[in-house]
Design a protein around this ligand. Structure first.
Ligand SMILES: [Zn+2]
Length: 276
């Protein structure tokens, strides 16, 4: 059994759900992010939040997978603060829905001034409404600088590090995140960024506490089976099953359960209620 705590299923096919279920996936969480195109209006985000909170959980349930989500306006579309604030104003009404875990994936993309302002407003919203936070760190060469800016913003607002996960960590940012008391996510891509082999190296160097693995399967070149492939890599290196289970099941369960809404209980697939 495993949990994929960061995967963009709106971009994936039903075949991907089927293959993930066969590989042992019992629960996933899907942060709100860029959908491969910029939305033309804040209403586009209302439709997206509807998809994340109503449509995708039903689609996942057909394969026995529990689907949860996080809401925000992602940093890639947050360059216009007026637009971003209109989207943020839609979020509270959706936070009441039963599969919503918190605010995410917020963060920085190009480390711009406007992105930072909107990041700070999301953190304030999460703290006011007592929500967990999931953070995207930039994939560009500015990852280290962006990670530092994000940790400063969280600290300045007094966020509890135990309720924040900093995602897409790599070799040069993982220590900073863990030493600050935060949780850290390693995002596995087929050949760029963090591969299953590099993630295993990082666990060997930095331990397994407060660390999780995810596939980030999305609209680009990515692999929704990356987490079981990392499990296979750890097995190949003769790591204990308890360690493999810790980073792919126990750790995500511990962090996500703080929301009170997360479940990894095996579910019986429901009858299809969507057009096929
Ligand atoms: Zn993502």
């Amino acid at each position: 059994m495993y949990i994929d705590p960061h995967v963009h299923m709106v971009s994936r096919t039903t075949d991907d759900y089927r293959r993930m279920a066969l590989a042992g996936c019992v629960a996933i969480t899907e942060p709100a992010f860029w959908a491969g195109f910029d939305r033309g209006s804040p209403e586009g985000f209302r439709d997206y939040f509807h998809q994340l909170t109503e449509v995708e959980p039903r689609r996942a349930a057909q394969y026995g997978i529990r689907h949860h989500t996080w809401l925000c306006i992602n940093p890639k579309e947050a360059e216009d603060p007026g637009f971003a604030r209109e989207v943020i104003s839609l979020i509270p009404q959706f936070l009441e829905r039963p599969t919503v875990l918190g605010i995410g994936e917020i963060g920085l993309n190009k480390n711009s001034r406007n992105e930072l302002v909107i990041l700070e407003e999301h953190i304030a919203l999460a703290m006011r409404l007592k929500q967990l936070i999931l953070v995207h760190t930039p994939h560009l060469e500015d990852k280290l600088k962006g990670t530092r800016m994000i940790l400063d913003a969280l600290k300045n607002q007094g966020a509890d590090p135990g309720r924040v996960l900093i995602d897409h960590v790599e070799e040069h940012t993982v220590r900073l995140v863990l030493d600050g008391g935060y949780w850290a996510g390693m995002t596995l891509y087929p050949d760029t960024k963090c591969t299953p082999a590099r993630a295993t190296d990082i666990i060997e160097c930095h331990g397994s506490d407060r660390l999780w693995l995810n596939s980030a399967g999305d609209w680009g070149h990515s692999d929704p089976l990356a987490v079981p492939k990392a499990q296979a890599e750890m097995r190949r290196r003769r790591h204990a099953e308890s360690l493999i289970r810790k980073v792919t099941f126990d750790n995500p369960l511990a962090f996500l359960s703080q929301s009170g809404r997360f479940s990894a209980e095996p579910s019986v697939p429901t009858a299809p209620d969507l057009p096929r």
